[in-house]
Ligand binder design. Sequence first.
Ligand code: FAD
Length: 485
Amino acid sequence: MSQPAPALIWFREDLRLADNPAVHAAVKGGRPVVCLFILDEETPGVRPHGGASKWWLDKSLKALEADIGALGGRLTIRRGAAETVIGEVVRESGAGAVYWNRRYSEAERVQDTRIKEALKQQGLEAESFNGRLLMEPWALKTGSGGYYRVFTPFWKALRAAYQPAPALPCPKSLKGPTIKSLTVEALGLHPTRPDWSVGLAEHWTPGEAGASARLAHFLDGPIDTYSEHRNLPGDEDSTSGLSPHLRFGEISPAQVWRAVMAGIEAGRITEASAMVFLSEIAWREFSYVLLYHHPDLATDNYNKDFRHMPWRASQKALEAWQTGQTGYPIVDAGMRQLWHTGWMHNRVRMIVASFLTKHLMIHWRDGEDWFWDTLVDADPAANPASWQWTAGSGADAAPYFRVFNPIAQGEKFDADGAYVRRWCPELGALPDKHLHSPWLADKAVLAKAGIELGKTYPKPIVNHDEGRKRALAAYDVLKEKRSAA
Ligand code: FAD
């Protein structure tokens, strides 16, 4: 009896085997399979990964390769424009069907539609699935038929409508024909000259097993204090740390949702705290709604009035912010955590983003770009949506006139200074009272702590009150131009 034609699984942002609809469809009926990953840096409009994401992708692909190998299969790695590569792999493997999980940026959707049509024209089966979101961006509609632009009603509607489908099992075998493949190494994703990734390796275990372990750890205790602790950056377990795993699809939000609900039902998890956590997962969903309806989210103001904002261009100030040398300890600690680990606590992301866009009045796009390059969880929807939210130009955004005070924020959310002391060790000996505003300490206190402002730690690059007033004055300009338009 002749073998059925293989099914091709095109892995993209779904680097897992369990609860993966594309994998499930391919292995149904026991067909041979071809597992494929394409590094496509050629298709116009598809945003290339930043440096930290490339580091993650390198490790995640290696983990996936090992997991597929354990099931008798092989991960075929190619590089190039996906449309061309898919055609080549179909020819070489004799595949009769191609399956993948959907992505949501405009360029990716257009590309996927073209590929699907071409495959169907050749008589192949081509099918795509939702493997990335609880509900796809077009699924939830407001009473008037539009999409949700405000988070709270969106979350209410999602909670009422979402019914997780049963979990899809991990395949038992992934055997199939062997065709030529690059190695993961040949993609050159790991940084060299210099290799700046030591800190990332200390903090993360990319891959499906790492994702499951992180979820299990979080559900085993930290979730119960999430609602109280989630704003405390000094507490390692204050949040789940799942963001890069979700970004690369090593775990699905549906898996997270089911596990949390099962814990609540079994009485192992406190419901009130768990629902606050799931509402954060819903922010991720909301970001995808915004990206879907505003394809230019990463480059264009959601609120068009912001085109009148008189942003400042200062390379010097931007570099001080990027390198954690602003003289504001909570800002500097955040930027250094980001550089060292590829991740930053959410509360501090809001503080540093507010500082850049308001105190320094630098365009949110510059911040979004830096985060895109340095975050291991750099996400095409959550990153621009969150930047615009903080800058005031986004959907359901924090009002521009609400300028975070980096001193008060530090004192409130890092009261014992554990976070600042960890990432700005040169301030370690300062008493708590002065830790978030070292320039207010008198000379003797600074000297005793071994600090010389301007030498061992920078003086503030902008005075808080002046920065705040300047931002508010700029906002007035925007308002005037808007009403004159
Ligand atoms: P938890 O608190 O444990 O939350 C669980 C999950 O919910 C997260 O893993 C994430 O997938 C999702 N989530 C939580 N908060 C948000 C949010 N505000 N918006 C969207 N999703 C959320 N998140 C990213 O995943 N990628 C980004 O590129 C990104 N850029 C950001 C930029 C700025 C300026 C700000 C203020 C926030 C950004 N966030 C981004 C959102 C948030 O900071 C991170 O998702 C969170 O810190 C990740 O840590 P965690 O997994 O421990 O989160």
